[in-house]
Design a protein around this ligand. Structure first.
Ligand code: AMP
Ligand code: ZN
Length: 493
């Protein structure tokens, strides 16, 4: 059982109203949280993972503050259009074409299942706790149709030759989230993609097509924005506490969700706190598959960076600040992450000792050391300040460098911080060694083992120049050698 600490106000920046606000749940200790998930037509890029890591940190911070979080994340597994304003090409169709498969609902589902499974594996690898429910949009077709019917009956829609549309002029608050300038949108629309639309910001609730599901309006697909509202209703209720996503979703997707939800239920607000993350850029440009800079977690792994090292890098910037990704910065984060992890693993007593103390009070819960209260309360303040992870990480390093506390207490405190960081800082030493990239000597190529043995001999004979030269030779072969109090440690350079 978690020990509860003195409560502290939790401040979150609400896009609705554009200000930091104290958080209060509708029905404490329960918090309902919805996160817009991926369209599972490809591997998400590393920018997308900022949105999911940020949502995970939020959830961990809520838990840290003794809330019980009910969290839904959707997996969009059938077509919506590449452009959220109902233009462009359908992403799932693109995936089918790329795989050389016939365009059928069954094939769409198969492809979505493959990428969905890969996404869930990546979520785990990057240290995100699973949501209470991953909801697949195709499992909620009747709910989406029912929601559209309610909107049609209440007079919020009109029909064109290609679908059923939401008429934003019937919903006066449209665009309030993010203060969207709809006049500019109208004037700025260079080519009117659909001349039958009354306003460029009207959006499709149902799109006709030869593929898809039967409905009273004809065969087709639900529009994109309806799926999130329908799944939030089905899993969390008609009015939810928090909704997250990247800031590109504010203008259309989230304003669309609000309009549909509030028009259908007559209840406002649909969501009490809207939280959005800023973008990760590369060379100052938004990451996007079409620009060819869409690095994936798999791509990072191929270059020797673990998903947790990337998570560490993400935590070094605040979720509402833009962050520019570089491999230099990631290398720095990887080193810092390893050093932090090594500190916790090496200073915490062996797992058997910590197991025995796990059932005891908080002072002994994290590997035998005591959580240091002055650091814990400062940590609590940092994370409650709109999830200020850079401040919390800086505090972790201040603690590591503080010469006063006992190392095992420092390790216990860092392991405690990790409830929110989710970096996997503690854990048994084998898995820790593995995630540190430490290679068993017996698994090294034979020539490398010989060089290592020679270096050991040189060290024993105190021939330091020779030992250094051998370390250099090992480095050139792609291995980093370090001497720790316990043993020599080899990792990939
Ligand atoms: P999408 O698959 O495009 O709907 O994006 C999934 C999530 O990632 C959404 O919440 C987006 O807002 C977010 N996102 C997309 N690109 C970036 C980026 N470069 N940096 C941060 N978040 C992003
Ligand atoms: Zn959504």
């Amino acid at each position: 059982m978690r020990v509860s600490y003195p409560s502290l106000p939790l401040t979150l920046f609400n896009t609705l109203g554009a200000r930091a606000e104290p958080f209060a749940a509708q029905n404490p200790p329960k918090v309902t949280l919805y996160t817009c998930g991926p369209t599972v037509y490809d591997y998400p890029h590393i920018g997308n993972f900022r949105a999911y890591v940020f949502a995970d940190i939020l959830k961990r911070v809520l838990r840290y503050n003794s809330f019980a979080v009910q969290h839904t994340m959707n997996l969009t597994d059938f077509g919506h259009l590449t452009d959220d304003a109902d233009a462009g090409e359908d992403k799932m169709m693109l995936a089918l074409k790329r795989a050389g498969k016939d365009i059928t609902l069954a094939n769409m589902r198969t492809i979505a299942e493959q990428y969905g499974a890969a996404f869930i594996a990546d979520m785990e690898a990057i240290g995100n706790l699973p949501p209470t429910a991953y909801t697949k949009a195709s499992d909620y077709i009747p709910e989406q149709i029912a929601l559209i019917r309610a909107l049609v009956e209440k007079g919020y829609t009109y029909q064109t030759s290609d679908g059923v549309y939401f008429d934003i002029s019937r919903f006066p608050g449209y665009g309030a989230l993010g203060n969207i300038d709809l006049t500019a949108q109208k004037e700025g629309a260079r080519v009117e993609a659909n001349p039958e639309k009354k306003h460029p910001a009207d959006f499709a609730l149902w799109k006709f097509g030869s593929l898809g599901w039967e409905s009273v309006w004809g065969k087709g697909f639900p529009g994109w924005h309806i799926e999130c509202a329908a799944m939030a209703f089905a899993t969390l209720g008609k009015q939810i506490d928090i909704h997250t996503g990247g800031r590109d979703l504010i203008a259309t997707h989230h304003n669309g969700e609000i309009a549909q939800a509030e028009a259908a239920t007559g209840k406002s607000p649909y969501v009490r706190y809207w939280l959005h993350n800023e973008f990760i850029t590369i060379n100052g440009t938004k990451i996007s598959k079409s620009l060819g800079n869409g690095i994936t977690l798999r791509g990072l792994r191929d270059r020797g960076f673990s998903p947790r090292a990337y998570r560490y890098w993400l935590l070094t910037s605040h979720y509402r600040s833009p962050a520019n990704f570089t491999f230099e910065a990631l290398s720095g984060a990887k080193q810092a992450f390893f050093r932090l992890k090594r500190f916790v693993v090496e200073e915490a007593p062996p797992p058997s000792a910590s197991l025995a103390s796990k059932s005891l009070a908080k002072e002994e819960a994290d590997g035998g050391g005591a959580v240091i209260e002055v650091y814990r309360s400062r940590f609590h303040e940092a994370i409650n300040d709109d999830l200020n992870t850079p401040r919390a990480l800086a505090l972790a390093w201040e603690l590591v460098k503080d010469p006063t506390p006992a190392p095992r207490d420092k390790a216990a405190t860092l392991a405690h911080f990790d409830e929110v960081f989710g970096l996997g800082l503690s854990g048994d030493s084998d898995t820790a060694a593995e995630s540190l990239g430490v290679i068993e000597i017996s698994n090294l190529p034979e020539e490398v083992q010989i060089l290592l043995a020679e270096r050991e001999r040189a060290r024993k004979q105190k021939k330091w120049d020779e030992a250094d030269a051998l370390r250099e030779a090992l480095n050139l072969k792609g291995f980093l050698v370090e001497d720790t109090p316990k043993a020599v440690r080899v990792t990939k350079a």
